[in-house]
Design a protein around this ligand. Sequence first.
Ligand code: NAI
Ligand code: AKG
Length: 529
Amino acid sequence: MFKVLVADHISTKGLDILNQEEDIEVDYQPEIQFAELLEIIKDYDAIITRSRTPVTKELLERAEKLKVVGRAGVGVDNVDLEECSKRGILVVNTPGANTVGAAELTMAHMYAILRKLHLAHEDMLKGNWNRKKFMGEELNGKVVGIIGLGNVGSQVAIRCKASGATVIAYDPYIPREKGDRLGVELVENLDDLLKRVDILTLHCPLTEETKGMIGEREIGLLKDGVYFVNAARGGIVDEDALYKYMKKGKFAGIGLDVFSKEPPDEKIRRLFEFDNISLSPHIGANTYESQDNVAIKVAQQVINALKGRFVESAVNAPFTITEGLASIKAYLELAEKLGSLLAQYAGGNFQEIIIETRGDIKEHIDPISAYVLKGFLSPALDIPVNIINAPYIAKERGINIVKTTKERGENFKDFIKITAKNEKEEKVVGGTAFYGKIPRIMLIDNYWIDIEPTGVILIFENKDVPGVIAKIGEILAKHNINIAGFRLGRLEKGKIALGALQLDDRLNKTILEEIQQIPEILKAKEIIL
Ligand SMILES: NC(=O)C1=CN([C@@H]2O[C@H](COP(=O)(O)OP(=O)(O)OC[C@H]3O[C@@H](n4cnc5c(N)ncnc54)[C@H](O)[C@@H]3O)[C@@H](O)[C@H]2O)C=CC1
Ligand SMILES: O=C(O)CCC(=O)C(=O)O
């Protein structure tokens, strides 16, 4: 039974989906305070949050069973992603689900400050009828500058263009064609955008790079009488600089849905003393439609993640987890088994691991590598290793991971080869999946072999002389251990051979020692796959 804590308000549509799962117990505590959360988090397998609840290192340190963080929204700046990754906790979010809500609120702020609508409303409530006082400007004909042309930025662009504005955008991470498709000029330099715009609107995430991106220098570059809207994150703009320039009368109006501290503290609230500032308490995604979308999507993803199925938007996975990976399921299984075989047969003390994929599977080098590392690290560690934390743990242990790809091999169309190196030695394992479905270990060091990667396998190196297998068979028979399969590989007649026996039961220490004492045996190891 999985326990899921929903620690923020989400739509009942998402709760219903969670409640329908027989093996999921849902605890809905939308008003829970952080101190209480710290006390109870140890019992949960998954937590679902919105922007109210931070998922901090302190929380994660207590979250002994936590496997999934579901962010019912887009921005994951309230989640310590690195700490989640180190702990093997998958973070999923819901891109696109609240896009329209956020874009429409942006437009609402834009129109409000252009027409001073909020001020006219307040004025009328006071009993006034000041038609002359409320002269405004039109969006038609203006130049709108968008920072971050992702889901929300694109929808804002479409709406601004429909209103007759010219739209320019700064987003160094999207292809030029996206701008062309939207009829938006992508500028290469942020300063160029700032100098040209009549209205500036932010739609990038809060990251190390974007924190304080719009500071005193940047605001200084804007035209006098500019409009500014922020429905992304408070920390992207320096609110002290905003205050300073509001005081100087630089802005014709500003609209804010988000603040560096929520609810805003006294320092931020200084901004509220100015005229023509339109405010909302982080409600960009607060439409019934967006909240239904977000809740449905987060519930589905958390269920999939808990049940080990593919998830659509994993934020901290070392690769994009998509349904497409289902087609290489056998290779992912093989990758994990090869990693495990390597660690068990050759030990874990390697400085470099080279992971090579050949053939059509080469494009999946990232997920394959993550599974190799999971398999390689798991036998040696008592902490749970999964595909999320495996690359981090490998890095922390000082292992250099090299990924290479090659075209189809001569012997096998698709092949995974792992080479582990340290100062003294180099070890190689490799394999393929027959018909793309049946994983097989085909290579151990230089020996070609063919083993099913499951169960108990005795791998041994021996002098290539007659009678060795019989001696091993005799010992196994004496201890009532049945041989399920047998493979032998050798490089040259009469030199050294490598054998693999698939066994129905595990060997104990005594049996293994008896085998190791056979004079022709150079090395024998029991591998559990
Ligand atoms: N006020 C609200 O309730 C809501 C706020 N948001 C905020 O809006 C942000 C954007 O949301 P989406 O469009 O859905 O995300 P998205 O991921 O689709 O788009 C973000 C865009 O920002 C760009 N970007 C990243 N770093 C950048 C940089 N240094 N300079 C310029 N562009 C950069 C990315 O390339 C991407 O195209 C979210 O991260 C979130 O913080 C989102 C939804 C609701
Ligand atoms: O509804 C929320 O939690 C805030 C939405 C938001 O800011 C986001 O999705 O990034």
